[in-house]
Each structure stands twice: as C-alpha cells, then as structure tokens.
Design a protein around this ligand. Structure first.
Ligand code: ZN
Ligand code: ZN
Length: 211
C-alpha cells in the first residue's frame, strides 16, 4: 500500500477502534471523494470550503468518512439518511457539485466469511472457527482497502442544493420538564409546550410549569 494511503487507513482504524470491512468501505468511498471532488468542472476547487457528506447508513463506514473528510454532526456537514444502504453523497460546499458513491451489490460476497460470522454471532463457533473468522474478516477488510475503487463501487457526478447558512434555532421551555428545547422540535400537549423526550413519556408526565 502507498505510504500516504497507509497513513490515512491507520488514522481511520485508530478513530474507529478496529479493522473491519465496513470501515474499509467508508475508507474507499472517501478516497473516491478526495479524488473526484477536486477534479469536477466548474469553480476551482477550494478545499477550505469543506465537504458535506450524506450517508445512507450509520454503520462502521461512517467513521472513515468523518476521519478523512472531516464531516461531522458538530460542524453540520454530516447528514444521515436512515436508508440502510451503502451509498454516500459527497458535496462541495462551495458550489453544490458532488459525487454519489454506491457499493456494488456483490462487493461483500464471501461465503466463508458469512458462514463463520453467523456461527460467531450465534455462539456456535469453535475456538478454531472464531480464530479463522477474525483472520478472514481482516483479509476481507484489507482486500476492500487495497482493491481498485471501480472494482467495488459505482459513482456519478451530482449537484445538490445545500441549505444556506446556519439555521437559527430559538429555544423554548418545555412545560413538562422545564428544560430548553429547539422551537422546531417542540410540540403542544394539553395546551402546553412539550419537548420530544416528554412527548415520548407523556402519559406519565406531570407539568412542572403553570399554564
Ligand atoms: Zn467496525
Ligand atoms: Zn420536557
């Protein structure tokens, strides 16, 4: 592996805590973004303006996206769509141009890995099978990291309308717990402002504020 690629992979593993095929998928997807985004037509690429990442799953792979592209919830440039798909969209904040990266359907096909994994999950694997599982697990991960991106991924250019500037989120007080909540997340129960947490447990809640 190229020295720089190795360094990037090591950073991802350190952040995520272990080597796994999911992390390798996110690693490759982010590498595609780093290659494609600067080369898109339009304005000259400005790396400082940042990348917005839209991830369609919340599994291991997202940790590589956070590490390599600096997309995080805290900065507001990581969006999660709960679609259960290994699909990622990476958008240049400067002009809304980007790339949609999708894992090919058969990329994770490895019969031995799948058979061993079900045994490990069901606690029916022998110690030798557990050992073999982790060996195959790591081999599959490294195969995904080292393969050419086009072997396991499809991608195409997209444009995306990014929301303008940070949203203003006024805080209101929940009448049931007395805590603050963003106005857009609050609702009304029995004529009083309620936060989502109190709405979930509404039946057992008592008002702490007077109407
Ligand atoms: Zn993992
Ligand atoms: Zn509340």
């Amino acid at each position: 592996m190229d020295e720089l690629v190795q360094r990037d992979w090591d950073r991802c593993v350190e952040f995520h805590g272990h080597v796994c095929p999911g992390l390798a998928i996110g690693f490759q997807a982010a590498q595609i973004a780093l290659k494609v985004l600067p080369a898109l037509e339009g304005e000259t690429y400005n790396p400082k303006s940042g990348i917005v990442s839209i991830v369609q799953n919340d599994a291991c792979c997202v940790d590589a996206v956070q590490t390599l592209l600096s997309s995080t919830f805290g900065k507001g440039n990581l969006m999660f769509k709960d679609h259960g798909k290994f699909v990622f969209s990476f958008i240049r904040r400067q002009d809304g141009r980007g790339v949609r990266v999708a894992l090919k359907y058969d990329a994770m096909d490895n019969e031995r890995h799948q058979a061993l994994r079900s045994k490990v999950m069901d606690n029916t694997a022998t110690p030798a099978e557990v050992e073999e599982f982790y060996k195959v697990h790591e081999e599959l991960s490294m195969h995904l990291v080292e393969a050419l991106p086009e072997e396991h991924f499809d991608w195409r250019e997209i444009t995306f309308e990014l929301p303008k500037g940070p949203k203003l989120n006024p805080t209101v007080q929940c009448a049931y717990c007395g805590e603050g909540v963003m106005e857009q997340r609050a609702s009304v129960r029995d004529g009083c402002i309620a936060c989502p947490e109190c709405v979930e447990t509404y039946e057992s809640r008592v008002l702490v504020l007077n109407k």
